[in-house]
Design a protein around this ligand. Structure first.
Ligand SMILES: [Zn+2]
Length: 68
């Protein structure tokens, strides 16, 4: 049960749980149940979010949340 941090709000998210219910391609296809968390492919990496709201914040300004 790998846990990663939501880069926007800092909450712990379970990648297995998200991968099991989110059906999304790298091109951003529709998701099945975003209320339980979602993810986003950005510059070669999957980022996981607790909610669509966090993902939208990330998408609008990814440089603010991506640390290299
Ligand atoms: Zn969040």
């Amino acid at each position: 049960m790998p846990i990663v941090q939501d880069p926007v709000c800092g909450r712990d998210v379970d990648t297995d749980a998200i991968n099991s219910h989110v059906d999304q391609t790298t091109s951003g296809a529709p998701e099945s149940d975003p209320s339980k968390g979602t993810k986003r492919f950005h510059e070669g990496t999957w980022y996981y979010f607790c909610s669509l709201a966090c993902r939208m914040q990330f998408v609008s300004n990814p440089d603010e949340y991506v640390t290299n």
